[in-house]
Write a protein that binds this ligand. Structure first.
Ligand SMILES: [Cu+2]
Length: 338
């Protein structure tokens, strides 16, 4: 039995080898083209292969999670004829960029303005938000904002074609709170998991109290295409804030706009160490719904967390879904006594 099986295997392998040789002969006769690539370590590698070894790929995404954390885009500001504040933005979509998601792991990200997440767009309730959207990708894309706006501004049925297609979204920012925006082209999951999402903050007309404000986009990446995430993070880069603690001041109010864009896994969560926070779901109410150290978020659920540390030192924050924290969704606050 064993003999006949291995004989069959050898015969089979021989046939595969013959077919392989037959397929290789024409290309083997042509002159191979030598190409040079720069690796993520900066080394230059020459290859004559047809297929790019992922090791020889470079990242063409520049993303600094520390910068993203506190970067708010208010747009080009002017006043409309009827006295309203107009905020104009230009957002460009691309779908051909490669990002080194984790050391040595390269992934094709789809981006708004070149990064995942896209820029945090911020306005005050009632402001007119005008977004010139340019789709420089190869696929159709849109911008779908959560919030209140006319049907034709919903970014679902007005498909924007690739190769330079444009659409101008315009609506009054509402309601006050924190909302995601994301591409809404089918298959939706594919367009979201590749990175086409960002945060949209609408400030109430009566401003919230001053605070050290930051955005945390909880996201994940399925780098082996099995519909399960391989990496998780707050703001894209696994473990970034664990290796680069976020400095905050003891006694100062901290306000986090937190959004969950993790696909595949039904829930995500946010646990803070050594402290509790007031939580405002969706940021739409001025009264917190709870005072806790743990919230659970489903897809696109978001809210505002507020807290103040009484003691200095290092405090972990992470998903209490331990699988997520061990695959990157973990960070540290460094509370300084100033
Ligand atoms: Cu898309």
């Amino acid at each position: 039995m064993g003999v006949s099986r291995s004989t069959a295997m050898i015969v089979g392998m021989g046939m595969v080898a013959l077919i392989g040789v037959a397929l290789l002969v024409p290309s083997a006769m042509t002159e191979p083209e030598t190409r040079v690539f720069v690796t993520h370590t900066g080394a230059q590698v020459a290859t004559s292969g047809e297929i790019l070894d992922p090791l020889y790929t470079t990242s063409d995404v520049e993303f600094d999670p520390m910068e993203y954390l506190r970067e708010f885009n208010y747009g080009e500001v002017s006043t409309t004829e009827d006295g309203k504040t107009l905020r104009e933005f230009t957002i460009v979509a691309d779908d051909d960029r490669v990002m080194e998601i984790s050391p040595g792991v390269f992934y094709n990200v789809w981006t708004y303005n070149g990064t995942v997440p896209g820029p945090t767009i911020r306005a005050t309730e009632g402001d007119i938000v005008r977004i010139k959207f340019i789709n420089n990708g190869s696929k159709d894309h849109t911008m779908h904002f959560h919030g209140i706006h006319p049907a034709e501004m919903d970014g679902v049925f007005e498909i924007v074609g690739g190769g330079g297609g444009t659409f101008t979204y315009e609506f009054a920012a509402a309601p006050a709170g924190v909302h995601p925006y994301h591409c809404h082209i089918m298959p939706l999951e594919e367009h979201i998991i590749h990175g086409l999402y960002g945060a949209f903050i609408v400030d109430p007309v009566e401003p919230r109290p001053p605070a050290d404000e930051m955005v945390m986009m909880l996201n994940g990446f399925d780098t082996d295409f099995d519909s399960e995430n391989n990496f998780y993070a707050a703001n894209t880069v696994p473990f970034y804030y664990q290796h680069h603690p976020i400095e905050i001041e003891m006694g100062e109010l901290v306000r986090i706009y937190v959004l969950n864009m993790v696909e595949f896994d039904p829930i995500n969560n946010f646990h803070l160490h050594g402290n509790l926070y007031h939580y405002y779901p969706t940021g739409t109410d001025t009264v917190p719904s709870t005072y806790t150290d743990m919230i659970t978020l489903s897809q696109t659920e978001r809210g505002i967390m507020e807290f103040t540390y009484d003691y200095p030192g290092m405090y972990l924050f992470h998903a209490h879904k331990v699988e997520f924290s061990e695959k990157g969704w973990s960070g540290v606050f460094l509370v300084k006594d100033v």
